[in-house]
Design a protein around this ligand. Structure first.
Ligand SMILES: Cc1ncc(C[n+]2csc(CCOP(=O)(O)OP(=O)(O)O)c2C)c(N)n1
Ligand SMILES: [Mg+2]
Length: 378
């Protein structure tokens, strides 16, 4: 008789019941986006911060309108407007210290400008005349990133490296709802959580990835819920409420700085304009849907709060608008000047050491340019 044949001799016990390694409950986002403006909590909002957010958001709206106008005048190749999303743009810039890093996407020119970049320099890439247009190290602002979500692993790498070196640096990376479906999004969040890197991920859920609505993009309960799967907190915030976005991001930055690791923030907002000036949004969404968001405009929400508290009157609004107008006039004037460009710069920053092919191409272009200028001299 074998052991197996002996009754009760071999009784495998089931493995212990499976338990999550960490409690997922504290990581879960709220059921509703966090709001401050229009609620009782708004009374506690700092008057100076309210003014600052208001001035920046108004300036941002004007910047968007001016940049879009410049595309129509042929001065800018393309502009992805963030009209309607200015609260997210401005709050993201304001919560960072100078030593921190911002990793923006192509839609986040305003965040770069609110961080202190020259408004013209910030448009260099979209003008198509030079690479990034500004020194990312000087401004601690990575290039405005067109390949979706690729800025996220960069942000994680930088933040992790800074932590290893003992530098007090937080990276804030911005991405769209569509970008959250990319592999880079997954890789970045996974690494950030495993390494407890000091990163804040800000997803601006503006409803669309060009013409694709969020419902066709994800089956997740919310984009903020995705955080739980990686083991980081997810926060859901009203992306048009500048005070709420500022508060949630500031808290996430503080948490990261103190060694608490990354946070995923989903800001629920809406893209009021088409994807870019080259897109026709009326082909895939109804005007009524756009109109429904007008009463929840980030400027309107701030204006209501400031006027109700007696912190802003007509004269104050006029002064803020006049300042924004002056910025737009300066932008217009400088963008209307033809930039001085050397076509040979094309070859300057491709490789540390040029390949034979590139050297040949550079020589060919040099010869063509010389022949042209000889012709012009004659
Ligand atoms: C890797 C990659 N795939 C596709 C594209 C083309 N593309 C440019 S913008 C865009 C939509 C992105 O939507 P979302 O992430 O929601 O950002 P939003 O434009 O709404 O700010 C797509 C698919 C791209 N730029 N990069
Ligand atoms: Mg989007």
């Amino acid at each position: 008789m074998t052991v197996m044949e002996q009754r009760d001799a071999y009784r495998p016990t089931p493995p212990p019941a499976w338990q999550p390694r960490t409690d997922p409950a504290p990581l879960l986002p709220d059921a509703e986006p966090y709001r401050v403006l229009g609620t009782d909590a708004a009374a506690k909002a700092d008057a100076r911060l309210l003014h600052q957010l208001y001035a920046e958001v108004v300036r941002g709206r004007r910047y968007n309108a001016q940049a879009t106008a410049l595309t129509k005048q042929g001065r800018l190749a393309v502009y992805p407007s963030s009209t309607g999303q200015e609260a997210c743009e401005v709050a993201a810039a304001l919560v960072l210290e100078e030593r921190d890093w911002l990793f923006p996407s192509y839609r986040d020119t305003l965040a770069a400008v609110a961080r202190g970049l020259d408004p013209v320099q910030a448009l260099t890439l979209l003008r198509g005349d030079w690479h990034t247009g500004y020194d990312p190290r000087e401004h601690r602002t990575a290039p405005l990133c067109t390949p979706l979500a690729t800025q996220l692993p960069h942000a994680v790498g930088l933040a992790h490296a800074a932590r290893l070196k003992g530098d007090d640096v937080v990276a804030l990376a911005m991405v769209g709802d569509g970008g959250s479906s990319e592999g880079d999004f997954h890789e970045a969040l996974n690494f950030a959580a495993v390494w407890q890197a000091p990163v804040v991920f800000l997803v601006q859920n503006n409803g669309f990835a060009i013409s694709v609505p969020l419902a066709k993009q994800t089956a997740a309960p919310s984009l903020a819920h995705k955080a739980v799967g990686y083991g980081m907190p997810g926060r859901l915030v009203d992306g048009n409420d500048a005070v709420a976005v500022h508060e949630v991001l500031a808290e996430a930055v503080r948490h990261a700085r103190e060694g608490g690791g990354p946070t995923l923030v989903e800001a629920v907002t809406y893209r009021m304009e088409a994807h870019t000036n080259a897109d026709d949004a009326t082909r895939y969404r109804a005007d009524a849907e756009v109109d429904a968001w007008r009463d929840h405009d980030p400027i309107l929400l701030l204006e209501r709060e400031l006027t109700q508290r007696g912190l802003l009157d007509e004269a104050g609004m006029r002064a803020v608008r006049a300042e924004a107008e002056a910025m737009a006039a300066d932008l217009r004037e400088r963008m209307n000047q033809d930039p001085v460009l050397d076509p040979m710069d094309l070859f300057g920053h491709v490789y540390a050491e040029q390949t034979t092919q590139l050297r040949e191409q550079a020589a060919q272009l040099r010869a063509e340019l010389d022949a042209e200028s000889d012709g012009a001299d004659r």
